[in-house]
Ligand binder design. Structure first.
Ligand code: IVH
Length: 721
């Protein structure tokens, strides 16, 4: 469980009552800003600091709302989109381990309908009819922390936490102290990575806390924290003293398959000596999955350890392989989560935060309140209308009850929505309370905050002169996924931004800061928190980032509507900065070859394209970008693919009906083999795969003399790949 309180930036703890399909673009965008901030803070607290500040349910709700908004407004997906991230960066102290196979997260479902949708999505992807047999496993979702155990020749050689999914912490010495983790295996594949959950039972947790308290040590808020804190001890002898347990439920690298089905693989793991969850079953339809979920939910309190849902996985491993992965989650699994709760508290203040794009976000400061074991102290109030009790179309929310400072408000956390202020208790409203008046000026720079017609969000018009916007942009620039400069985080950015002697006001300043000489070193060394050594260290960290992949640079620029995924797509398409820059400089919105080329990229919509062109052609903005790029060595972006892929680097267009696999599967396969999949045919297309009913695209391919093959030809081409 994540507990204690919501972080300051958790504004997003509460969102509008507005259903996603009723959000205006501006509302959606503002909400995504808050969600990214809230989720990043929650991730840090949970993964890096082992001190969760919101509940799992609250976290899931945030992530889910984010995913829903991104789904409806793909062009608004943020550079730091939380949906592209698993967990948080590893903390210092342990060695780092790059996972041979990425450790993934799970998509969540919060009601029966979403489970049905999951099943239907899979059927569509695989081209299975509704009645075709499709088996699943169902097992409890253990509330602990995941661990990957690597065995070579039957010997445990490495244990690693998930970390950010790619790189985790080496906790081998600690894992060796856990009784449930076999140190040697008989009859195992030569290479076997077993994955599962480290957890602590309720009884052991209570006993540990009692022991800790008696010894005057730190007590833990819940079993998950206790398990995480115990596993990530630098001294393995402390871990040995802690009653940790382990359930195996998945695997990473394997030298040979464990079985042909999930259920068989779990049995094999059990035979090899691992604990597997006894409530794991194989079922044939979603109705049975839901019955099993209800059964497990009813037994939840008696299990003796924390679970927070039920995980469903496609049983047939060949189908799992065909289904593959999205960026951070498998298509073949979902976590059906248990619902969360409601609580009343006092709204003590309303603060306004100014984001990178100038959006003014009202944040409710709440008297801290426990909601199902979770302390919540902030919630987003979304926008002026939301506070007033209206949605973006003027319809009433909370039956029109407005929200005022001093009110008793109900903090609402349910599965399918972000925690939000569900209601206001008018009976407890003070006679002196006054309606909240939304500021008409930016609290940071004093510029007029404009609310454009049709937009629910007030935006600061200060642009580059607004320090809040500039600082937020810089914070984004140095964030993880962007330049990620060690020693230059949000706190340091604020310090340097405010500094007169050695200021950082735009990204280029970071690199001129390090470019030099003793003079700057001396200036920095005299600063609070900086000695000569740490100053040198910072300069070295900055130097290290001068060489940067194109995709990261694009992402770091914080261009509106350009997320991490979008940046990667754009980078792969243009490959070099000069090519990108030339295209953006020449492009005209809505017209011409460059525009067609840009919007022809699969995954690039008109909104993202227009934002790119506008930014790159805006004089002041462009000058600042040019100053930055002059400082950098921008690396080409090329896909890393297997050398033997026949379609690596090729641009492919699928058109017409595919009969042997769905379009989604064809696209996923092509991309996995290093091809680019485009939405329209142009001179840059290398290959068109045309099924029956192919129309204008196939014709255009003929006109342009582009090789065109049918589905069988395509399957033959990629062969056993
Ligand atoms: S399967 C590729 N099964 O939940 C799929 N995960 O929210 C890998 N978890 O990171 C995960 N119980 O730490 C799986 N029975 C279970 C699980 C489980 C708990 C955790 C795991 C994962 C997280 C995703």
């Amino acid at each position: 469980m994540r507990e204690t309180e919501q972080d300051k930036s958790q504004g997003a703890g509460a969102a509008a009552d507005t259903a996603v399909d009723q959000l205006s673009v501006a509302q959606a965008q503002a909400e995504l800003v808050r969600l990214a901030g809230a989720l990043a803070a929650a991730n840090r607290a949970y993964h890096t600091e082992d001190a969760p500040d919101i509940s799992d349910a609250a976290y899931d709700a945030l992530k889910r709302r984010n995913a829903e908004i991104e789904k409806r407004f793909p062009e608004l997906k943020r550079p730091d989109s939380p949906s592209e991230q698993v967990g948080a960066a590893v903390s210092d102290g342990f060695g780092k381990v790059r996972h041979a196979v990425r450790m993934l997260s799970l998509e969540n479902a919060f009601d029966d309908e979403e489970v049905t949708e999951f099943d239907q999505r899979i059927r569509r992807f695989l081209g299975l009819s509704d009645g075709a047999p499709l088996g699943y496993t169902a097992e409890p979702k253990i509330d602990g922390l995941s661990l990957s155990l690597r065995y070579e020749s039957g010997r445990l050689v490495q244990a690693a936490t998930r970390g950010d999914g790619e790189v985790g912490e080496n906790v081998t010495a600690n894992a060796l102290t856990i009784a449930d983790i076999p140190q040697t295996l008989a009859g195992a594949p030569e290479i076997l990575e077993v994955r599962g959950e480290v957890y602590m039972s309720h009884a052991d947790f209570a006993a540990l806390n009692a022991r800790q308290e008696a010894a005057g040590g730190k007590t833990f808020a819940n079993p998950r924290n206790a398990a995480a804190g115990s596993l990530r001890q630098l001294d393995p002898e402390i871990t040995r003293d802690r009653p940790l347990r382990f359930f195996a439920y998945a695997w990473g690298e394997l030298s040979e398959p464990l079985a042909t089905a999930q259920m068989g693989a779990i049995k094999r793991l059990s035979q090899l000596g691992f604990q597997t969850n006894p409530l794991t079953v194989r079922l044939d339809c979603t109705a049975d999955l839901i019955r099993h979920y209800e059964d497990i939910e009813a037994r939840r309190a008696t299990l003796g350890y924390d679970i927070d849902g039920v995980v469903y996985k496609v049983d047939d491993l060949r189908l799992q392989e065909r289904l593959g992965f999205r960026s951070t989650t498998p298509r073949w699994a979902i976590a059906h989560k248990f619902p969360a709760e409601l609580a009343w508290t006092v709204l003590e203040a309303i603060d306004i935060q100014v984001g990178r794009t100038g959006a003014l976000s009202p944040v409710a400061r709440l008297r801290p309140i426990t909601v199902g074991g979770v302390v919540v102290s902030n919630a987003t109030l979304h926008n002026e209308d939301y506070i007033a009790g209206r949605d973006s179309n003027g319809a009433l929310i909370r039956e029109g009850r407005d929200i005022r400072v001093g009110d008793w408000v109900q903090v609402y956390r349910a599965g399918d929505v972000i925690p939000k202020i569900k209601d206001v208790d008018f009976a407890r409203r003070s006679a002196e309370s006054k309606p909240y008046i939304f500021p008409q000026h930016c609290p940071e720079c004093g510029s007029v905050a404009l609310r454009e017609p049709g937009d629910a969000i007030h935006r600061c018009t200060g642009g580059l002169i607004c320090p809040a916007q500039a600082v937020e942009k810089l914070k984004h620039f140095v964030s993880r996924g962007a330049f990620d400069i060690e020693g230059l985080g949000a706190k340091q950015i604020e310090m340097f931004f405010a500094d007169d002697l050695l200021p950082i006001r735009e990204p280029a300043d970071i690199f001129t800061l390090a470019a030099r000489d003793q003079a700057n070193l001396a200036k920095l060394s005299n600063r609070d928190g900086f000695g000569e050594r740490s100053a040198k260290k910072l300069f070295a960290a900055i130097e290290e980032r001068r060489r940067i992949p194109l995709s990261k640079l694009l992402f770091a620029l914080g261009i509106r509507h350009l997320g991490e995924t979008g940046s990667a797509i754009i980078a792969t398409h243009y490959e070099t900065w000069p090519a990108f820059e030339a295209a953006m400089t020449a492009a005209q919105i809505g017209d011409g070859a460059e525009w067609d080329d840009l919007t022809g990229i699969d995954g690039v919509g008109a909104v993202m394209a227009a934002s790119l062109v506008t930014t790159m052609q805006q004089e002041a903005e462009r000058a600042s970008i040019d100053r930055l790029v002059a400082q950098l060595d921008v690396q080409e972006s090329r896909r890393v693919v297997a050398d033997d892929s026949p379609v690596a680097g090729k641009t492919i267009v699928f058109t017409g009906t595919l009969e042997k696999m769905s379009r989604a599967e064809a696209k996923a396969r092509a991309e996995a083999l290093g091809a680019k999949v485009a939405g329209s045919v142009s001179a840059k297309t290398d290959l068109v795969v045309a099924g029956p009913g192919a129309g204008s695209k196939a014709k255009k391919a003929v006109d342009l003399g582009i090789e065109t093959i049918d589905e069988d030809g395509w399957l033959a081409l990629i062969g056993g790949a």
